[in-house]
Design a protein around this ligand. Structure first.
Ligand code: HPA
Length: 301
């Protein structure tokens, strides 16, 4: 039976066979989050090759609106830094095995990519966060992991990494510093925070009580991705940077009481609720700044 390492090696060989002439090992793999596919437009037109997931052995297709499902290899910035970009990620809420959702990161590990930049759309839990803000992850809470849904569960292959992986410094401080430098150099006025991202499995957005629970647990933003990929990147020794675009803010107050129903001044039941449409719209507006930041950071790698 083939191992995950064998399958990742087969996929890596196929991807290498598609590299444009003269292309070397990518310095960074970039995962474009929901509504953030525009990051791939930062790649220079020369030497750019698209590889649909369907052509890559072992890759599954993404089904979410706003996730096209292809790898793009090419170059970013004046320094022509070689990159590999994932447009369309897989989420466990689509029904995939968590191992399938992280398979692309296994492939990046086998390819020898030294850095990962993951992006996502997230809900703001921290009271000071506003829609359109950016949060640099400096820590995470892996909620499904507490219940045994963990990307490293099962036999450990030492060719990827160690059995008991420490995660106390999962988010590289030099890469985080570069985001602040980029934002200053580019004159970006959007708020840039650092904080804790809590991974939930979705696909429902959180209830009000769940939001209060996650805030009490120490989370600043909530989303349905990134943490499994970061864990697997850490396992394979990649340095990681992860950015959340805050596309909505959590509703935490108790719902209106049934006793007051119909009385003047009671809040509409759907006021402030999260919607996928809102996530896509904010992504479209704010993604330009995230693209510029990533271009700047990658150019310094
Ligand atoms: N919750 C979970 N995932 C999300 C959210 C949210 O509020 N917004 C964007 N992705």
């Amino acid at each position: 039976m083939s191992t995950e390492f064998d399958r990742a090696t087969e996929a890596a060989e196929y991807i290498k066979s598609q590299y444009p002439a003269g292309f070397t090992t990518p310095k960074v793999a970039i995962i474009c989050g929901t509504g953030l596919g525009g990051i791939s437009t930062v790649l220079l037109p020369e030497g750019k090759v698209e590889i649909p997931y369907g052509q890559i052995p072992g890759f599954k297709q993404s089904t979410v609106q706003g996730h096209a499902g292809k790898l793009i290899v090419g170059y970013i910035g004046d320094n022509k830094v070689p990159v590999i970009c994932m447009v369309g990620r897989l989420h466990s809420y689509e029904g995939y095995d968590i191992k399938d959702t992280v398979f692309p990161v296994r492939v990046f590990t086998v390819l020898g990519v030294p850095n990962l930049i993951a992006t996502n759309a997230a809900g703001g839990l921290n009271k000071s966060f506003q829609v359109g803000d950016v949060m640099i992850l400096d820590d995470h809470i892996n909620m499904p992991g507490f219940a045994g849904l963990h990307p490293l569960k099962g036999p450990n292959d030492e060719r990827f990494g160690t059995r008991f992986l420490p995660l106390s410094d999962g988010y590289d401080i030099e890469l985080r510093a570069k985001v602040f430098q980029a934002s200053d150099a580019l004159g970006i006025t959007r708020n840039i925070h650092e904080g804790t991202y809590v991974f939930v499995s979705g696909p429902t957005f959180e209830s009000r009580a769940e939001c209060r629970f996650l805030i009490a647990a120490g989370a600043d933003a909530v989303g349905m991705s990134t943490v499994p990929e970061v864990i697997v990147a850490q396992h394979g020794g990649l340095k990681t940077l992860a950015l959340s675009l805050i596309t909505n803010v959590a509703v935490v107050e108790k719902p209106a009481s049934g006793k007051d129903f119909g009385k003047a001044g009671t809040k509409s039941l759907d006021e402030g609720i999260a919607s996928h449409q809102e996530v896509l719209e904010v992504g479209a507006l704010a993604s330009k700044d995230v693209e510029k930041i990533i271009e700047y950071v990658v150019n310094t790698l």
